[in-house]
Design a binder for this molecule. Structure first.
Ligand SMILES: C[S@@+](CC[C@H](N)C(=O)[O-])C[C@H]1O[C@@H](n2cnc3c(N)ncnc32)[C@H](O)[C@@H]1O
Length: 313
């Protein structure tokens, strides 16, 4: 059985229903995420872009200080709008590296494989379509060179906070002492600013969330009626957890194909995404607990976003 299909059945059969956010990204979802990045309310991309357009010389110096040739692996690369600044910097310095963008969306990998050699002639790029660590292991099996891993866009916020140390420990287990990672964390700030980023006035985040149901309809012949679900994000400044839900607006039955049917009560939620916010101290603590040493904190001018660089112990 297809893994996406299995995960949909598992999530919809759970006591508290959920759908995994990694399935947002098909061709339509990738395009909607690019539109989200342009939304006035969606600050994380602009904050991290400020870091990547202004501080790539520092980032490159740190990565290159630690040895010679390396493999630059990006987990969940998306359209690489920010990392392209670092790639340009590394190319301008004649750094010896191969860039491995990893993404679960085959669409973005095809796009990067096509676009990057045109924009950066001479770049070595090896796109990998699949799950983060399965693909990282594939890089390991083909190269013994040191690794530098990028994990941008606060993708790490999509990992529930109680699992973030085990996620980073797993990342560490695929790396060797001296390897480096750069992780983008969205920081705690005015709760209204955070909530607005997941509830833009133009309704693009809503369409992005709803796209999951549309995708299930299209790929598995389900009959979700999108007009009977509402996008509902919440942010708790106490825990730093932002969650998005799709809430059933009516009592209804939804079937996937002929066999798998699910009854929804009016007001029943499907949890679709978590976007955890951190303090700088919390990120240092995660590093220490998962086998890394923080070596540099890079901030945007408002200190709303942190790109932290860790070295593997
Ligand atoms: C929020 S977007 C961010 C893209 C990019 N890092 C940026 O900062 O603009 C998340 C990306 O990670 C990919 N992704 C999410 N979960 C994944 C997983 N488990 N394995 C591989 N890719 C994943 C998605 O397909 C998507 O392209």
């Amino acid at each position: 059985m297809n893994r996406f299909y299995e995960d949909v059945l598992k999530g919809l059969s759970a006591g508290s229903r959920y759908l995994e956010s990694k399935y947002f990204y098909d061709k339509v979802g990738d395009k909607l995420f690019q539109e989200i990045m342009e939304c006035p309310e969606y600050y994380p991309t602009r904050c991290e872009m400020e870091i990547f357009s202004g501080q790539t010389a520092d980032i490159s110096a740190l990565f290159r200080d630690h040895g010679s040739d390396f493999e630059l692996v990006e987990l969940g690369a998306g359209d690489a709008t920010k990392s392209i600044h670092l790639l340009k910097q590394l190319m301008s310095e004649d750094a010896a590296f191969t860039y491995y963008p990893i993404d679960i969306s085959s669409n973005v990998i095809k796009m990067l494989q096509d676009k990057l050699p045109k924009e950066l002639p001479g770049i070595n790029v090896q796109g990998l379509n699949g799950e983060y660590f399965e693909m990282l292991e594939q890089v390991n099996s083909s190269s013994k060179k040191r690794k530098v891993v990028l994990f941008l866009g606060s993708n790490i916020g999509n990992i529930p906070p109680e699992k973030v140390v085990s996620f980073c420990t797993e990342m560490r287990s695929h790396l060797a002492p001296g390897d480096m990672v750069l992780i983008g964390f969205d920081l705690k700030k005015d709760p209204r600013t955070i909530l607005a980023a997941y509830n833009d006035k133009g309704g693009i985040t809503k369409r992005f969330n709803m796209n999951l149901l549309r995708r299930i309809n299209e790929e598995f012949g389900a009959d979700f009626d999108l007009s009977k679900f509402e996008h509902y994000p919440v942010y708790d400044p106490g825990t730093g957890t932002c969650k998005s839900y799709l809430v059933s607006l009516a009592e209804q039955r939804v079937c996937i194909g002929d066999t798998d049917c699910f009854d929804f009560k009016e007001g029943e939620p499907i949890h679709t995404e978590i976007s955890q916010k951190y303090t700088v101290e919390q990120t240092d603590d995660i590093a220490a607990k998962s086998g890394f040493k923080p070596v540099k904190h890079l901030f945007d001018s408002r200190h709303w976003f942190l790109d932290t660089i860790w070295e593997c112990l």
